[in-house]
Design a protein around this ligand. Sequence first.
Ligand code: ATP
Length: 373
Amino acid sequence: DHAVAVFTSGGDAPGMNAVVRSVVRCGIHHARDVFAVYEGYQGLVDGAGKIRKMEWTDVQMMIYKGGTVIGSARCKEFREREGRLAACKHLVDRGITNIICCGGDGSLTGANIFKLEWASLLEELRSSGRVTDAQAQKYANINIIGCVGSIDNDMVYDGTLTIGTDTALHRIVDAIDAVQSTASSHQRTFVLEIMGRHCGYLAWAAGVATGADYIFIPEAPSKHDDWESVLCAKLDHQRKRGARLCTVLVAEGAIDKFGKPIKTEYVRQVIIDRLGHDTRSTILGHVQRGGYASAYDRFLGSVSGALAVERLLRTKPEDASTIVGVKGYSVAFNPLVETIEATQMVAKHTEQLDFEAAIQARGKDFKRHWAIQ
Ligand code: ATP
């Protein structure tokens, strides 16, 4: 009979609202009290009006919306034990021991730390009289499930896409299509910067989907010392055989073979200086995150939220925390700790230019293999 809480944390991603709606309704369906925590971990730390009991109709008309209606925040206090102590107290006061966290690897790391620390937090609250012996006994364990909300698609797990990636990809492709019609009218070259932090998935997938001429992603830097010449030879060849427009996509984390960042503006200048193309650059920025959630992200968020609740209600105290992944028509529950560790290892190896090690750390997750090969 313990209550369920859901929150969104870290960068917002389209499809997070579908998760919240689905958790609320699935929890109510199972006769549980369901709370939405507003402003991510900040809401857990602050308590009071930021942890609100939800009714069925409170989540109507939100499945299609982008961003996150219940808010997200970066919260310094939750990184400290004092903040987590306050969060523990606020949850116990409301009888909440089932938590669904929708966020990126940072948010899920925080959730895992919270779970591991729960017993000692509770003991500190009990011994200082802030929770009763009965409460400490009843709420001795906390269950956590993660749903990965991130447009970057940077989680190493058994799941095809993270929640938000598909919408971002649609936005990017729409923007490139729009830019291409103006570029071809004037025989221009466009250099577009694509989000994704250390993950090149969005740039790579958008490049394939729009037939870009050149794509820079962090996972596969050019093998050439002088990548500028390779890029220009390619663009020159395209133009000479009649292409009226050229597009170059630069992932925000793109690097050269020495690990030096490749900046959009620099790429533009190289093309102007060496080829004389009429070259413009566009940083797509937050346009990529905005707007309505795509059909797939609504589906992904809804299925992930519902399955997270189903799983939580079957979780035993000794069970490890999991992350929900959806792959095709099946669902996989990935171990939370190992998944986060693998994700952070891939980021670290990529940063250190050790791509073989990054591939090893990816294990059976082939998303970035495709990009690299
Ligand atoms: P995105 O992928 O969009 O950056 P994220 O979930 O990785 O999302 P972070 O800013 O890394 O975003 O984390 C969000 C919040 O999670 C932090 O502001 C903090 O409150 C909490 N958090 C992250 N790491 C930890 C940690 N090691 N311990 C406790 N809390 C953490």
